[in-house]
Design a protein around this ligand. Structure first.
Ligand code: NAD
Length: 374
């Protein structure tokens, strides 16, 4: 049996820090375990990231070309392990070539890099380690909201430059207290964001989700559901995106929706880059329709050097809180999703039932309701 794992190159950091488990070097900590059972783990080989441009070429080629390690090994792999942080995009075309593939395991949360409809059609199961990094992301969301609202990034950059002009920063810095914050998606992460926002005494906490929260859960975070998306965004000072990427959410936050945002609202997206149209977001920032955009997810990963959201700014030269995709891959999260991946593998190998909450696609059908209303 071949287990194929698409992991990212951790370079020197991964050699020095063994808890960087999601890397080629440390192989989710499962290599020895698998080999002792007579299985082969093929970790994708990439070059050390000493020169960024060169690394990007290698990564794109190696992950995506017909001669890439990914496609070469996929044809006879039975198990595919991927991480959302360095996605191996499993398209319908590749699913059709992967004649032996039985199970895809996402080491983390978010399986949109897999064509889930094709997996249903080809009776390939898709599982993720649900919940493994939801606290990590929720913390990052709260941090990102605060850094935008309080205009933190330009303030720090000013300090590094050696300048000190308090008024230039304070003219666009606010308190979170008294603001209306809303989440698109109130699942594991969205709900945890609401929980963490409660002590900030926001004016109101809102959510937009086709799945209503249980009454007691909504009550405990004092969240109000708004059923129409335009109506929802028009009430929010801060919008945070916490739903999966699927047919119904791709490009959801676009120029048309951004028109309905409050002028000068802040937008945080740690869900998936493609949920927000990058050019429309950059234009809304430039015009001041948005005061800020922050998050860690990009429509293509790694983001090209000239990606518009690397440098997009509001009219005052701030409002950008973008970072590489790492909110859900803290060392604490890596330990959890590495263990969860091993558990899913072990269940698969020994024929034990999988934890229901981890199954996105079962054999021939969706088991999760989170990837769109069907
Ligand atoms: P979850 O399944 O617990 O919750 C998702 C929620 O989104 C569900 O309540 C679902 O009903 C809702 N939803 C689906 N489509 C919607 C739509 N069109 N409009 C409004 N709501 C919709 O998932 P989760 O654990 O909260 O994770 C959510 C997403 O966050 C993941 O799918 C993944 O894309 C992303 N994520 C990012 C990172 C990171 O490192 N940046 C890490 C983990 C997860």
């Amino acid at each position: 049996m071949k287990v194929l794992a698409i992991l990212y190159d951790g370079g020197v950091a991964a050699e020095q820090e063994s808890r960087l488990l999601g890397t080629v070097e440390n192989k989710l900590g499962i290599k020895e375990w698998l080999e002792s059972q007579g299985h082969e783990l093929i970790g994708k080989l990439t070059q050390p990231p000493s020169h960024v441009e060169w690394q990007l070429n290698i990564l794109q080629y190696s992950k995506e070309g017909p001669d890439s390690d990914f496609q070469k090994h996929l044809v006879d792999a039975e198990v595919l392990i991927t991480t959302p942080f360095h996605p191996g995009y499993l398209t319908r075309e590749l699913v059709e070539k992967a004649k032996n593939l039985k199970i895809c395991i996402t080491a983390g949360v978010g399986s949109d890099h897999i064509d889930l409809n094709a997996a249903v059609d080809h009776r390939i199961q898709v599982l993720e380690v649900s919940g493994s990094n939801v606290v990590s992301v929720a913390e990052h969301v709260v941090m990102s909201i605060l850094l935008l609202v309080r205009n933190f990034v330009p303030a720090h950059e000013m300090i590094e430059r050696g300048d000190w002009v308090v008024s230039d920063i304070a003219r666009n810095a606010f308190d979170l207290e008294g603001k209306v914050v809303g989440t698109i998606g109130a699942g594991r992460i969205g709900y945890r964001v609401l929980q963490r926002l409660l002590p900030f005494d926001c004016k109101e906490l809102l959510y937009y989700d086709y799945a209503p929260l249980p009454a007691a859960a909504a009550e405990s975070v004092k969240a109000r559901r708004v059923e129409d998306l335009k109506d929802f965004v028009s009430q929010c000072d801060v919008v945070t995106v916490n739903c999966p990427l699927h047919e119904g959410t791709r490009g959801l936050v676009n120029a048309e929706l951004l028109k309905h945002f409050k002028k000068g609202a802040w937008l945080v997206n740690t869900a998936r880059g493609a949920i927000c149209d990058k050019d429309d977001v950059a234009a809304a920032l430039a015009s001041g329709q948005l005061s800020g955009y922050a998050g860690d997810v990009w429509n293509v990963q790694p983001a090209p050097k000239d990606h518009v959201l690397r440098t997009a700014k509001n009219p005052l030269g701030g409002g950008n809180g973008m970072v590489p995709h790492y909110s859900g891959t803290t060392l604490d999260a890596q330990a959890r999703y590495a263990n969860g991946t091993k558990q899913i593998l072990e269940n698969y190998l020994t024929g034990k039932p999988q934890e229901a909450g981890n199954i996105i696609v079962g054999i021939g059908k969706y088991e999760s309701k989170a990837y769109g209303q069907r």
